[in-house]
Design a protein around this ligand. Sequence first.
Ligand SMILES: [Zn+2]
Length: 188
Amino acid sequence: MNLLALDSRWQRFNDENWACPCCGQAFSGVFDIGYDHPDCWTHGSLRESGQYALQVGDDKLSSDLCRWEDHRFVCTLLPLPIKGSEEVFNFAVWASVKPADFYNYIDFATGEAPAFAPCEVWLMNDLPQFASDEPISGQLQPGPDGQRPRLMISDGPLAQAQAEGISFDQLLDIYADTGTDVRPHLNG
Ligand SMILES: [Zn+2]
């Protein structure tokens, strides 16, 4: 049941024709939060560079793949369903992948291999609302039809959030923590 449909803030958040009385901002619903590179990457932002890829020595970063020292990373979607709605919020985050799995994944992504077996990976971005002192592991799974692969977390609060969903308020907290405080603009 779509319980959030009864929440007037949720209605405004999803209504492009509704404009905030204080500033005129409008929203068109759930948007993803993406990370430019793994947190360990030391050569600056790909997005800010305006280039297709960054390369420094043997280190390399594109919007999908990254190589840094001996490590290999894949950009994934970490889905979090939103409770009381049919919507899913995604963090686009980087996963550290063992080299053999990394090359298997590339073979799959480029059509060289027909399938990709899910493998264990590590989350490489610190996520707001889900800070952890311990490394967070999960499983890399193929995404549907040419989409980014999915990262399903193994255990802890983030795994619980993936299984049970996050509330609209938690989503608004995540947006505020990543520089987009939507909350003040959803009041009637
Ligand atoms: Zn406003």
